[in-house]
Structures are given as C-alpha cells and as structure tokens.
Design a protein. Sequence first.
Length: 409
Amino acid sequence: MGMNTDTEKQSKLSHLPSDSGHYGDFGGIFVPETLHVALKQLTEAYQTAMNDPEFKNEFQRHLSEYVGRPTSLYYAERLTKHVGGARIFMKREDLSHTGAHKINNSIGQAMLTVRMNKKRIIAETGAGQHGVATATAAAKFGLNCDVFMGTEDMRRQQPNVKRMQLLGANVVPVESGSCTLKDATNAAMRDWMGSSDSTHYIIGSVVGPHPFPQMVRDFQAVIGIECRAQCLDQIGRLPDIIIACVGGGSNAAGIFFPFIDDHDVKLLGVEAGGRSDQLGDHAAPLSFGGPGVLHGSRSYVLQNKDGQTSPVHSISAGLDYPGVGPEHAHWHKSGRASYTSCSDKDALEAFTMMCKIEGIIPALESSHAIAQGIKTARSMKPDQVVVINLSGRGDKDLEEALRLLDDMT
Ligand SMILES: *Cc1c(COP(=O)(O)O)cnc(C)c1O
C-alpha cells in the first residue's frame, strides 16, 4: 500500500477529540435521548475495530482490490505551464470505484455494520453520490439499504436515483422543507431514532454527532496518508500547500489530517461561493456563517436572524449544505487551516479548462478546488508545489455543466 509508517503513527496519535467528541468549541452530541445508546454502541464498535489489526487489514484489502487504491498523485504538467507558477499536482480520487472519495467511508462503515450484527443501513443523499457509494457498499456486503433523498434532488439527479435502484437500494422520497439534502438528513435521523437496534446510519461526511466526524475523517484519511507518501516518493518533499473543496468537509479532512503536524504545509479549504455573498446565494458557512447547532453537532452554520437554517445555493449539489464538519470549524478558529470560497462562475471556468488542458472531466465540486488551486499556483514560484484534491469525476455533471455553459454564451 506504500504507507508511510511515521504518518500512520502520527495520524493515530494526534488530535483526537475529547471523550465527549469536542474539537475545541465545536462538535459534541446534540441529539434526542433515544439516540445516545446507538451512538455509544457505535463509538465502542468503532474504537474496537480501529484497534483490531484484522479490521484494518480487511479495510485496506477492500480499498485496494475493490476501490482501486492507491489512487495516483498526478503532475498536471500542461496546466502548470498554462498557469505559470508553482507545480500543480492532483490527488486522483476521481479514479476510485463509483468516481469519488465517498466510497472509502461507505466501505468502512458497512464493515462496521456487519461487525455490529446489523442487517440494514440507511443514508441521506443530496446529489446522490453518497447514496450511490452506500448502495454499492450495501450490495457488496449483502445489507438492506434505504437511501433518503429530497424530491427536488431526485428530480435533478435522476441518473443517480436509477443507479441506486439498480444496485438494489430503496430510494425513499423526502417531501418536506426545501425537499433537498438538509431535509433528507432530518428524515434519516428520524428513521434511525426508531430503528437503531437493527439499523446503522451511514453519514456521508465529517458532520453529525460524535463519533461520526472522527470516524468519517479516519476512513477518509487514507487519501492524505497515500498523498504524503507519494509526495515524498515522487517529488522528494512535502507540498507547500494542499487545496480541497469543502461541502461537509470529508475529502478535505481526509487529505488534510495526515499533514496536520507538518506545520510548513498550508491547508486551504474552498467552500461554494455560489452567485454572491448574500445569505441564500452560497453554501459557505466558514466564510460567511457563524457558530450554531445543526444535525447533532456544534459547528459553523448558515442561519438567518431568527436562528433558522438558511437556504443554500451552489452549482454543485455536493457542496450545497448549510453546515460543515466541526473539526474544520476548529481548524478555522485555531488557524491551522484557512478557508475561502469560489464562485459558481470561477468553478465552471476551471471545469472547462481542466477538460481542455488536462483531458480530465472533474466533478463540479472538485472544480472549486481547481479554480482556487490555479489562483494560488499563479502567485507562487516554480520550485514550489501545490496539491489539489481532485475529489471526483464529472460524468454526473455533464448535463448541468453543458446547460450552464450554454447560458453563459
Ligand atoms: C460529496 C462530494 C463532495 C463534498 O463532500 P465533502 O464531504 O465536503 O468531501 C466533494 N466532491 C465530490 C466529488 C463529492 O461527491
């Protein structure tokens, strides 16, 4: 697996949340009483599994044989020349089975479900990417699977609805609120309150009550562990900066975490800047929001003056979420990582450039990181190194991207 043992040791030892799941002022467990038992059971099962070499070996085996890991670290030579600045490398999560990083987490949590003797998994999905990854893991491990999805998202993401059904999952339409991801998450939480004896809820990002943010980060940390070893091997040193898009924050946490103690490596998260800085026009809680509680933990959220969760907008459905993982809130506040936002328009421009110059169709989510990566690299010297996390491929976005590009011309 090309793992660097130092990195592995480091990622195990440092920056664990407190016993109550707090990262500084953020995180914790804000759920109804009925869920505390399930969360406690999950925490125990997870901790036992992570200390069990057999579990870790089996996880690694599935990642290599089924997901296709390690994904490559790719030198984007033509883009580098075109931009004229630092050398640009890309961590190619788009090459993973199902086309994005989400499968790492779904496989890990499906394995835990089997260990806990549960037969059913549920998940929430917005764009459908986490739903597809979870339906895939359910098929592989022989588990029943219900995926909650807002009816508005079902309409926008028909191909992924079909994909999940083909994989044997049941897609449950959610018709409340804005009929999108936030409402699907509420519905999944409600189901779990009545079903946790037999059901595990696979949350798709580093959000939700403890232990989810830590667990999802740890399953996604394979991205950063590989990337760190690949940088040392291929470039002979660590990068100057790592850039990743941030929805809930799982691909960013996954690539950032193994570099947390490498203080010379800057970490930059890119939120969805949408149409404008006005509330409702973007999905950038760290850039424009404030502290609050959403979906079981305390973090940065976008809310109106009455404390109601605000509507969000982004061209990329995977970034269209009013909250963000609590560990990102902590890194933001402590200054270990920085966060910025990228507009719909800039992301779309980076999407097009990436297709034409590198022959890679990136996800619209990842295009936010690419847009920022181009901007950052341009301001740096040729002997410096930028790593962009290419979180997923853009096949799912073709229709939407072509429609948007049409509108612009
Ligand atoms: C879901 C998704 C994201 C956003 O989720 P994070 O938890 O922030 O990583 C980013 N990129 C792709 C390709 C996705 O599918």
